[in-house]
Design a binder for this molecule. Structure first.
Ligand SMILES: NC(=O)C1=CN([C@@H]2O[C@H](COP(=O)(O)OP(=O)(O)OC[C@H]3O[C@@H](n4cnc5c(N)ncnc54)[C@H](OP(=O)(O)O)[C@@H]3O)[C@@H](O)[C@H]2O)C=CC1
Ligand SMILES: CC(=O)N[C@@H](CCC(=O)OP(=O)(O)O)C(=O)O
Length: 632
């Protein structure tokens, strides 16, 4: 039986983080919740009454707290909305197999353990391992989730098994079990294989990870790189974690490595952000190894901007610059070595990849041009001995593509970027649009799209060929000029700009409750007569009441510690964004009725909107410090 409780806000919200609580399992969470200082008055009363009601109904019953306009979706789709409250199942913890029943445990291991499916061990093998050291088995009563943590005296605990049924995944029990492990263990290590369909889930729960040849080691609670190294050495010696998951010894052939797409979470379950898990830690200090980069589309605005940044990069060497027009001419914007433009064909690119001539490629080409080059690199990589190179594409061509990682580090986990070889760089307006909406996602009024007005400098439109210099050297001219705008501004692509879909598509991944269709954003672009810099103005109806101070705090909290994000009180001006590496937000205002928020954000379309973000992505995937070469 499902009981629907209508409230204005459309659910219950965490009083500190402001996030919507998607599920409350009363058996597990009720006592703890009632102790929270923010659970008072109406919320307390409601929780008490829901508990009383559900205590007298079958366990499968639940209460859905939703807003009136979500009623249809709650009743007629299986996606649900708001907050779902149920008794749930009590979690258990046992330190012996007998307590949970050896036969039941055998069955679960037999049915779900990927190591058994891969033929690497047997059920008896798993149970024999348990005899070697003290352990705790965590799970829920119907055993939809079973997790085993081994914890030899004085050693780091290891989560050796996390076995969940589909219903365990869909009902969030796996998170409940994991949280209960977290309560007991301040530090934990565990592993997952590339074919683990919940791989993104692991990245999100970890403070750090190491991936090689599709096998990942994860941990939380250890932030010091030296400590990680020491622990890993201990695992190597004791054999508690299979060597193939550890950052030790020679790696397996890299061409077998498969990177997580970063897109897949539990297949039917939107990702949830876990506080404190935004940043990963590399297992070793960031690399300082010299690596080589080829830039295709080097003549254009973004190509040139990236070239200038690379001139100051401590480790990354630009070795090839490709332009059809400038082939044979020297490159001017790069100071680390003398380079001449070439006009690389698809065949050249394939051969270069096959011969391992570069470690990374950047595609700074117009939309729709990139695929033949990417295909050529893929062909080259298929016939290559060593590791395949990284590609970062600046165009819109791979931003919706399975197998590519969308590189917006401040919003979507950095770890998938670290292990990805195919990265799509977000659009300039789309970057600002997502950064400005993300902190307010729990407050989006259902059915009302957030609207972003974006005003961009004309460099956003790219270049055409200009008049040649006196010596015949070709030049570039902006496609849109201040003259063509008559000194004014020109709204364009009033609906369906590609960045509208891009922003909605990716923001959907941050929602805590599943939507039956992608999250919708209204985006309206305007081009203006200055060279570079975008101002984005967000206007968004709220699902409840907020004040300007609350809003500013949401941004401060969301972007705390982010080196490329500035939160200020005042409205950012062009001065705050033009030529600046990061994104700035400010001007937080709420309508006097308290139900509509307006926020202003801005970035330089050629920097955080393109080249700087590209460099963050290159740095992460090549193992450098994320900000290497970025003047902070
Ligand atoms: N400008 C901006 O603010 C932003 C742009 N982007 C995206 O980045 C990409 C590059 O943009 P931008 O630098 O402005 O573009 P430009 O028009 O300034 O440059 C395009 C580049 O691609 C080359 N090129 C064009 N057509 C072809 C082709 N058919 N084959 C091979 N090379 C070609 C050009 O050189 P040549 O003709 O000499 O070969 C030039 O180097 C685009 O996809 C854009 O959407 C993303 C974020 C911001
Ligand atoms: C002013 C101007 O014309 N801006 C460009 C945005 C450039 C960009 O980021 O486009 P991609 O998504 O193709 O990478 C535009 O609206 O198309």
């Amino acid at each position: 039986m499902k009981i629907v409780f209508l409230n204005e806000k459309g659910g219950l919200f965490h009083g500190v983080t402001g996030e919507k609580l998607s599920t409350i399992n009363l058996d597990e969470e009720y006592d703890e919740l009632l102790k929270q200082p923010w659970v008072k008055y109406g919320t307390k009363l409601k929780l008490r009454e829901f508990k009383e009601l559900l205590d007298h109904l079958p366990r499968s019953s639940s209460v859905a707290v939703i807003s009136a306009d979500m009623l249809q979706r709650e009743l007629f789709t299986d996606s649900g909305a708001g907050t779902l409250i149920r008794r749930g199942y009590k979690l258990f913890q046992h330190t012996s197999v007998d307590k949970i029943g050896a036969d039941r445990l055998r069955q679960v291991i037999h049915d779900r353990d990927p190591d058994i499916k891969a033929g690497d061990t047997s059920v008896t093998g798993v149970l024999n391992e348990l005899k070697k050291a003290p352990f705790t088995i965590y799970g829920d009563e119907p055993m939809d989730v079973v997790a085993i943590v081994t914890r030899p005296e004085g050693e780091i605990p290891v989560l050796t098994k996390l076995l969940a049924s589909r219903s365990g995944i869909m009902n969030g029990i796996v998170d409940n079990v994991f949280n209960s492990i977290k309560k007991d263990h301040k530090k934990l290590f565990w592993t997952a294989r590339a074919d683990d369909e919940n791989r993104a889930w692991h990245f999100e729960r970890a403070d750090g990870s190491f991936t090689r040849s599709g096998r990942s080691l994860f941990w939380y609670g250890v932030h010091d790189v030296n400590e990680v190294e020491k622990i890993v050495k201990g695992f190597e010696e004791s054999g508690r974690i299979n060597r193939s998951f550890l950052p030790v010894g020679p790696s397996a052939p890299p061409h077998r490595a498969s990177a997580p797409s970063g897109k897949r979470s539990f297949s039917t379950f939107a990702r949830r952000e876990i506080p404190g898990s935004k940043r990963g830690y590399a297992t070793a200090a960031p690399s300082t190894e010299k690596k080589r980069l080829a830039l295709i589309g080097a003549r254009g605005f973004t190509g040139q901007t990236l070239t200038s940044l690379l001139s100051k990069h401590p480790h990354l060497e630009l070795t090839h610059v490709s332009s059809r027009q400038l082939a044979g001419y020297p490159l001017k914007e790069y100071s680390k070595s003398k380079l001449t433009y070439s006009n690389l064909s698809e065949k050249d690119v394939e051969t270069m990849e096959k011969e391992g001539e570069v470690d990374a490629w950047v595609m700074a080409l117009p939309n729709g041009i990139c695929k033949p080059f990417v295909d050529a690199i893929d062909r080259g990589a298929a016939n290559k001995q060593g590791e395949k190179s990284v590609i970062v594409d600046l165009s819109a061509d791979y931003r919706f593509e399975e197998g590519w990682t969308y590189g917006l580090p401040e919003l979507y986990s950095r770890d998938p970027i670290r292990v990805s070889k195919r990265i799509s760089n977000p659009g300039c307006y789309a970057t600002s649009t997502q950064l400005i909406i993300a902190p307010l996602l729990p407050y989006v009024k259902p059915g009302a799209w957030p609207t972003v007005f974006g005003v961009s400098g004309y460099s956003g439109a790219g270049t055409i060929a200009g008049l040649p210099e006196a010596d015949g050297r070709p030049t570039s001219a902006p496609k849109v000029t201040p003259d063509s705008l008559h000194g004014g501004i020109r709204p364009y692509a009033l609906t369906n700009h590609i960045h509208e879909r891009e922003a909605g598509h990716h923001l959907s991944r941050l929602l805590t409750s599943k939507l039956s269709e992608p999250f919708k954003v209204a985006f309206v672009p305007t081009v203006a007569p200055w060279f570079s810099g975008i101002t984005s103005v967000l206007s968004m109806p709220l699902n409840g009441k907020l004040n300007a101070k609350n809003v500013q705090e949401l941004y401060e909290k969301k972007y705390d510690g982010e080196k490329l994000i500035t939160v200020k009180k005042d409205v950012p001006t062009l001065f705050d964004v033009e030529g600046k590496q990061g994104w700035t937000v400010g001007g937080f205002q709420v309508h006097s009725d308290g139900d509509r928020v307006v926020v202003v954000g801005g970035l330089d379309n050629l920097l955080k909107g393109a080249a700087t973000q590209c460099l963050q992505n290159l740095n992460l995937s090549l193992g450098y410090d994320e900000y290497a070469g970025i003047p902070l």
